[in-house]
Design a binder for this molecule. Structure first.
Ligand SMILES: [Zn+2]
Length: 246
């Protein structure tokens, strides 16, 4: 009976480890969404740089157009002014506008150069970032697969629980369920203390010799009077050899 209970405890430990894993697996995806946002921001910055340069180029072209219009207007006035100073002032204005135009034209050349570089960088960024995002998506899909596998595994284990629990005596099972809600493992072996006395393998408090004898005789089930865990003598349970792992 107790051997079946230990098997049940092993199964329950396995099931809760699988549940734990189900909680942890999706957490790996959290860092991916941060990475993805970072990549998207990077791409947007690269695109914005090209846009900003194009806007500046358009502004410069607009200003040149405006200045050319001023020059035309001044040239028209040249034909009608009477006074020499006015004529000179107009020539001076025209000259000034022309100088400003040539500065803007130089600026446009430099912007066009920048645009070319920014576009090249944008193309590279697009390719690299698409690659990285694809890898992240593959990784996410892999994690989803891992999770689905873990859920399937857990459900399969859970399916074997009821038939196993049915093999445990009802009173003992109820006691086990009660204890395990508060502490796990709920079933623990007697362990020898350095005072050569037997103690509870859960809380390590000494167990009375009479109780130890009864546990060893396997006549009755005993719980630790300190922590309520169900106690057993390891020598009575040879079959469940890997119990120690849990
Ligand atoms: Zn105890």
């Amino acid at each position: 009976m107790l051997r079946k209970l230990l098997e049940l405890q092993q199964l329950d430990t396995k099931i809760s480890a699988l549940k734990q894993r189900e909680q942890e697996i999706p957490r790996q995806k959290e860092s991916f969404s941060i990475q993805r946002k970072r990549l998207e921001t990077e791409l947007k910055e690269s695109e914005d740089r090209v846009k900003k340069l194009r806007l500046e180029q358009r502004d410069c072209e607009g200003e040149i157009e405006q200045k050319n219009a001023h020059i035309l207007k001044f040239e028209g006035q040249l034909l009608v002014v009477k006074k020499n100073e006015e004529y000179k002032a107009l020539l001076h204005e025209i000259d000034l506008q022309k100088k400003q135009i040539s500065l803007k034209e130089e600026r446009i050349l430099s912007i066009m150069d920048d645009i070319e570089h920014a576009q090249m960088k944008l193309q590279e960024d697009k390719k690299r970032i698409a690659d990285e995002i694809r890898k992240l998506e593959e990784e996410c899909a892999r994690i989803d697969g891992e999770l689905a596998e873990a859920v399937k595994d857990r459900k399969q284990q859970e399916g074997t629980r009821a038939p196993l629990a049915a093999q445990v005596e009802a009173g003992l099972l109820a006691r086990y369920e009660r204890v395990r809600r508060a502490r796990t493992p709920a079933v623990v072996p007697l362990v020898e203390t350095n005072k050569q006395a037997e103690a509870c393998g859960g809380c390590y408090m000494t167990i009375r010799p009479q109780v130890v004898n009864e546990i060893m005789a396997a006549k009755e089930y005993h719980s630790c009077s300190h922590c309520s865990r169900i106690l057993y003598y390891p020598g009575n349970i040879e079959e469940v050899t890997n119990f120690e792992e849990y």
